[in-house]
Design a protein around this ligand. Structure first.
Ligand code: RB5
Length: 150
């Protein structure tokens, strides 16, 4: 499994924690920036970069961070085929994989402590999509996308 990572300045330090977690589990990753928390940068740039890598299959899943997790997820979700879930608890992390087949996870550094954030990442990466009735609903999301992208 290979993970694409991205953040703005507001999510940079949480991304570093996630990198340490991935290294400890021997999970491959590609870091698409940003590269420090000093320079103010624009979260849509990094949300789109990771989303593109997921869609092109350069990575299997994306994890992105900004101050709240909201802005970078909104940007990622504009890329057709992306289902990026902003998550602040372990139950929603599991459900976003099991029921929604989320292919990106978004976290807020200013919202979450390190411990909870890494529990969320662990739960998210270790939960499979259940398919079945949920597949029909996920496909319906794709249909909405197609209808509006004409
Ligand atoms: C940056 O200050 C902040 O707005 C950004 O990290 C994020 O929280 C936006 O949704």
């Amino acid at each position: 499994m290979r993970i694409g990572l991205g953040c703005d300045h507001g999510g940079y330090n949480l991304k570093l924690e996630i990198i340490e977690y991935l290294k400890s589990k021997n999970i491959e990753y590609i870091d698409f920036g940003a590269n420090n928390d000093k320079e103010s940068v624009d979260y849509p740039v990094y949300g789109e970069k990771v989303a593109n890598a997921v869609i092109s299959k350069e990575v299997d899943y994306g994890i992105v961070c900004c101050g709240t997790g909201i802005g970078i997820s909104l940007a990622a979700n504009k890329v057709p085929g992306i289902r990026c879930a902003v998550v602040s608890d372990v139950f929603s992390a599991k459900m976003s994989r099991a029921h929604n087949n989320a292919n990106m996870l978004s976290l807020g550094e200013r919202v979450l402590g390190r411990g909870l954030a890494l529990e969320i990442v662990d739960a998210w990466l270790n939960t499979e999509f259940e398919g079945d009735r949920h597949l029909k609903r996920v496909n319906m999301i794709s249909e909405i996308e197609k209808k509006h992208n004409k």
